[in-house]
Design a binder for this molecule. Structure first.
Ligand code: FEO
Length: 164
């Protein structure tokens, strides 16, 4: 049976993951409204992944005999100053989530909760990917701002090596 402290912290994290889902859903709508369907598609996939993150914690709590307690989800912003500002917010948001996951892992160590440690290792790896993806998009948008689109095209071409 999971401890009350760990259960409460995981319930908080379920709320944070659902907020992430809400945030990316709002970003998807923002891009749709600008007719940027590729960006919107990326955000919709991201939104779905965040719901999966929430449900992984949800199922884990139930498997451990814990109680799921859903909380109010904050409203995300609906507009952004620019596409690059939006993706900078994604990068900052994911860095914040990494901090939350790390804090959960520290709690699992303190509680000697080994199953939670194993579960959280998956999230720790996932956050490496999440932060990398956001940083890459910010870097690409910064190159576009500097009118270095030819370099971006060449990078895209080089990324195909061995994939034909
Ligand atoms: Fe649930 Fe984007 O991390």
């Amino acid at each position: 049976m999971i401890s009350k402290a760990m259960q409460d912290a995981i319930n908080e994290q379920i709320n944070k993951e659902l907020y992430s889902s809400y945030l990316y859903l709002s970003m998807a709508a923002y891009f749709e409204s600008k007719n940027l369907s590729g960006f919107a598609h990326w955000m919709r996939i991201q939104e779905g992944e965040e719901r999966e993150h929430a449900m992984k914690f949800y199922d884990f709590l139930l498997d451990r005999g814990g109680q799921v307690s859903l909380k109010v989800i904050d409203a995300p912003p609906a507009t952004w100053k620019s596409d690059i500002e939006l993706f900078r917010e994604v990068a900052a948001h994911e860095a914040k989530v990494t901090g939350l996951i790390n804090a959960l892992y520290e709690l699992a160590l303190k509680e000697k909760d080994y199953p939670s440690q194993v579960l959280l290792q998956w999230y720790i790896s996932e956050q490496v990917e999440e932060e990398k993806n956001a940083a890459e998009i910010v870097a690409s948008l910064e190159m576009i701002e500097r009118h270095e689109t030819a370099v971006l095209q060449l990078d895209h071409q080089l990324s195909k090596r061995g994939k034909d």
